[in-house]
Design a protein around this ligand. Structure first.
Ligand code: GMT
Length: 385
């Protein structure tokens, strides 16, 4: 099958999932065309069956901001027509699904593709719910042949918030568990042997509550030698180091910045702390579980579908630093508990979120929308056909 994929090319989870999905589909023999602003975060190499098309924009004195979405729509139309693409998969509603619809409308009727929109979280909870984007997001979903979301929580939240006529289907995120290993070969580069390693990975946006990580870490440090390894970067990085200085723990924290080979870092951790305000899925907890690392996260959104409390880690209320610290100490002082949480994490990752299983669900969905193309085009979206 020929499939177009549009996603954000930055280090965010939606771009990572879209890229990994495209690569997995290509390895299964499908022809994949990415259309993005720049090469997707994890696609910098040649892969058979994969084509990466980038969007050109221009700066012109009349534009305060270059109209990227229009250039994206034109590129989608160009690629869809040239390669005769039957299914387009937009990851993240704004602007990707809206631009794909605009691009589809530019095509002759017989060349129009079926659009699938996958929601990742903030496209609904932050961007889509903003008055400037609400109607465009709703329009994109209503005009897609199918809408999926990465957790049941996000599916239900979207239906409630946007009053959709058709249900949003859940297809959970996935990972290639075989890429994640449990050997902590880099541990000695991060901490001394007696120190426990606590890790946090994110894009340091306010929703990630990185200062909570520092506050929990301070309480852990009161009881044992430890090092906090912060992976990623973003606007809250300064707040984290400010709080760390106030609490007198800044010399016990290492900020690594962005790293793409997190599978080499995660196994070094004794514990991962992800105290997000809300998280539609939580790829990092899943990646930690695949690396047999126990997780402390918040009882919010789709993370509750990933972390099994008491089995692969613990879930706490948002902002409940004391309980997070209590669970952290419990895990860090009981190696048997830590090992059993870790082993269970990998088992859950393999059973529920394996690449083969989830990519198969997307393939079934592509087949389904292709089989119903005529119905979609005539009854729902393009009555002129
Ligand atoms: O919030 C981020 O870290 C980036 C964002 C994105 O769109 O790239 O992540 C969202 O999508 C990820 C992949 O589906 C999910 O694992 C994250 O939970 C989700 N982030 C939020 O809901 C805050």
């Amino acid at each position: 099958m020929k499939i177009g994929i549009t996603c954000h090319a930055t280090a965010g989870g939606s771009g990572i999932i879209a890229t990994e999905l495209g690569l997995a589909l290509a390895r299964r023999g499908h022809e994949i065309h990415f259309v993005t602003l720049e090469a997707p975060f994890r696609l910098s190499h040649y892969e058979p069956n994969v084509f990466a098309h980038s969007v050109d924009t221009i700066n012109y004195p009349l534009f305060k901001l270059p109209p990227y979405s229009i250039a994206l729509a034109s590129k989608i139309a160009e690629v869809a027509q040239e390669y005769d693409i039957g299914v387009w998969h937009a990851h993240y509603a704004i602007p990707n699904a809206v631009a794909a619809l605009l691009g589809r409308g530019m095509l002759p009727p017989e060349k129009r593709f079926c659009l699938i929109t996958t929601l990742h979280g903030t496209d609904i909870t932050l961007v889509g719910s903003h008055p400037s984007f609400y109607r465009s997001t709703q329009y994109a979903m209503e005009s897609s042949c199918a809408v999926t979301a990465v957790s049941d929580w996000l599916s239900r939240e979207t239906e409630r918030e946007f009053d959709l006529k058709e249900p949003v289907r859940t297809i959970h995120n996935f990972l290639d568990v075989s890429r994640f290993h449990t050997r902590d070969t880099n541990r000695y580069t991060l901490a001394s042997p007696e120190e426990k390693i606590i890790m946090h990975l994110s894009n340091f946006r306010p929703v990630k509550r990185v200062t909570d990580v520092v506050r929990v870490f301070k309480r852990i440090l009161d009881d044992m030698p430890a090092r906090l390894v912060m992976v990623g970067d973003g606007p809250e990085r300064l707040s984290a180091s400010g709080v760390a200085r106030q609490l007198g723990v800044d010399d016990r924290i290492t900020y690594l910045g962005n790293c793409s080979n997190i599978e080499d870092l995660l196994p070094c951790a004794d514990l991962i702390i992800q105290p997000s305000e809300h998280e539609s899925f939580g790829l990092v907890p899943l990646e930690a579980m695949a690396s047999e690392v126990p997780v402390i996260a918040t009882n919010s959104g789709g993370v509750t579908e990933v972390v099994v409390p008491g089995e692969t880690g613990y879930l706490c209320e948002v902002g409940d630093i004391e309980t997070m610290a209590d669970y952290s100490r419990k895990i860090l002082t009981d190696p048997e508990l830590a090992a059993s949480l870790g082993r269970a994490g990998r088992r859950v990752a393999l059973k529920k979120f394996s690449l083969d299983h989830i990519v198969g669900l997307y393939e079934d969905l592509y087949e389904e929308v292709r089989a119903r193309r005529q119905e979609f085009m005539t009854q729902k979206h393009n009555p002129e056909l």
